[in-house]
Design a protein. Structure first.
Length: 217
């Protein structure tokens, strides 16, 4: 299933489609009871928005990785680290899509959910600036996830009824996503601290030495 979703994301991101207007399905969809679809509209909308947020983060990290792998910059340690982060963010988007499919919330065309994501920027003056952008980006992603949790913990029920707590989704986000987000933020803060100290003691050579350390690890 991950391979299929990966191919679908590549198709969407490149703006191509294998759809042939002459090949349409005339078979009516099966009459499936909808009682099992229990996610509220406000909660589902937040989740779908998060897919786009994760893909934008992935594209930004991809741009960072490409920037630091340029021959004119030549910081392969940082480049590899950011490419790894890009893969992680893409996997997050796939996990969210898989979850929405499990809950019956992706019946529409995915192109209505995923717009072409763009990186926040494509060049950075140095590694410190890139790490700061990465930390700010992760903080933004964390805030978005927390807002989903807040919404899904008390989604408005039908008129005149008590709010609905989507326990399963809230547990999924807090255990799988938020835990990784907080650890990732701490790791980036640590990189900034260590790199800053190395630059203070070795000047511009500090970035080169830290890049070598990342590459060796």
């Amino acid at each position: 299933m991950k391979i299929t979703l990966g191919l679908l994301l590549v198709t969407l991101l490149t703006g191509t489609s294998g759809k042939n207007p002459k090949l349409t399905c005339s078979v009516a969809p099966a009459d499936i009871p909808a009682g099992w679809i229990t996610m509220t509209n406000s909660c589902a909308t937040k989740m779908k928005t998060q897919v786009q947020t994760e893909l934008e983060a992935a594209m930004t990290y991809m741009a960072m990785g490409a920037h630091f792998h340029k021959d004119s910059v030549n910081r392969p340690g940082f480049g590899d680290m950011f490419f790894k982060s890009a893969n992680e963010e893409r996997e997050h988007a796939m996990k969210l899509i898989e979850y929405l499919l499990m809950r019956g919330e992706l019946r529409e065309d995915l192109r209505n959910i995923i717009q072409k994501p763009m990186p926040l920027r494509t060049e950075w003056p140095n590694a410190v600036a890139a790490l700061k952008d990465a930390l700010n980006l992760e903080t933004k992603v964390t805030e978005h996830i927390r807002s989903i949790v807040a919404t899904c913990e008390n989604s408005p029920g039908p008129s005149g009824t008590q709010g609905i707590n989507d326990y399963h989704l809230v547990d999924y986000l807090t255990s799988d996503f938020l835990d990784e987000q907080h650890k990732g933020q701490r790791e980036l803060a640590g990189h900034l601290s260590n790199l800053g100290k190395l630059i203070d003691s070795h000047g511009v050579l500090g970035e080169f030495l830290y890049d070598k350390k990342l590459l060796d690890n």
